[in-house]
Design a binder for this molecule. Structure first.
Ligand SMILES: Nc1nc2c(c(=O)[nH]1)N[C@H]1C(S)=C(S)[C@@H](COP(=O)(O)O)O[C@H]1N2
Ligand SMILES: [Mo]
Length: 238
């Protein structure tokens, strides 16, 4: 298996660059070699005081704002919609496989949500289009014994999410980001999106959703990252 690019540990962030960026308002941060636009000071301050409907802060502890997703790498899959197949199987009564056209025939959800990466960047109000994982589970007639969802990306990447969280209305199989088809570095043509867990759970170049009665820690979870990954509890490492 090709190794997805390594998660950059928070200690590796260009701390001086980051602080300078924050001090001067809008700034550029050098992170893993690429540059990314930080949200301005004002936006950061606003975000720290904003609360979600569930009472949690918009900006989870130790996170800073970026204006757009940073491409975090990984071993890419085939980006063409024409060749796309998604297999939904495992602890279900009616496993199925759908292509891209069939995915578009399912109920489409447009959603605005926040995304939190374990390397400490957060993007607020990102805009996505996709199909609810819950709708795919219903179509597959998920069994009551299913407890875990294993998202399968290209080249062996997997992530594990509790069924309860994977079936939340905000958990999507997404094919559009910010009004355009998902770009290749972000998982084209289709990725998982589980916005309330650290972003490594959101498998790119998605090829399968497997329901399971037993847990199966994924690519990063077996490499020392937290099995659950709640950004508000800073569940970063295992
Ligand atoms: N298939 C696959 N999905 C993946 C990864 C990967 O390496 N391969 N990396 C994960 C990690 S660690 C993060 S932080 C996010 C980054 O998504 P982005 O590149 O769109 O920002 O994708 C996740 N999904
Ligand atoms: Mo990541």
């Amino acid at each position: 298996m090709d190794k997805p690019s390594r998660v950059i540990k928070p200690s590796m962030l260009g701390r001086r660059t980051l602080l300078r960026g924050i001090a001067t308002g809008t700034g550029i941060i050098a992170l893993g070699g690429a540059t990314h636009v930080l949200a301005d000071d004002d936006a950061s301050r606003r975000a720290s005081s904003l609360k979600r409907p569930d009472g949690r802060p918009r900006l989870p502890p130790s996170q800073f704002l970026l204006q757009r997703l940073r491409p975090m790498g990984g071993s890419e899959g085939d980006p063409s919609a024409k060749n796309f197949k998604l297999r939904v199987y495992g602890e279900v009564e009616a496993p199925f496989e759908i292509d891209f056209a069939e995915l578009l025939e399912m109920p489409q959800v447009e959603q605005t949500c926040d995304v939190h990466c374990v390397t400490k960047w957060t993007v607020l109000d990102s805009h996505w289009t996709g199909v609810r994982v819950a709708d795919l589970a219903a179509r597959a007639k998920m069994k009551r014994t299913a407890r875990h969802v294993i998202f399968e990306g290209a080249n062996g990447y997997t992530s594990n999410v509790l069924v309860r969280e994977a079936l939340a209305p905000t958990s999507l199989v997404a094919h559009r980001y910010e009004g355009a088809p998902l770009a290749r570095p972000h998982g084209a043509p289709v990725r998982a999106l589980v916005p309330d867990l650290y972003f490594w759970k959101s498998a790119k170049w998605l090829s399968g959703i497997r329901f399971s009665a037993v847990d199966q820690p994924g690519y990063w979870e077996v490499r020392g990252y937290n099995n659950h990954a709640d950004p508000w509890r800073e569940e970063r490492y295992g």
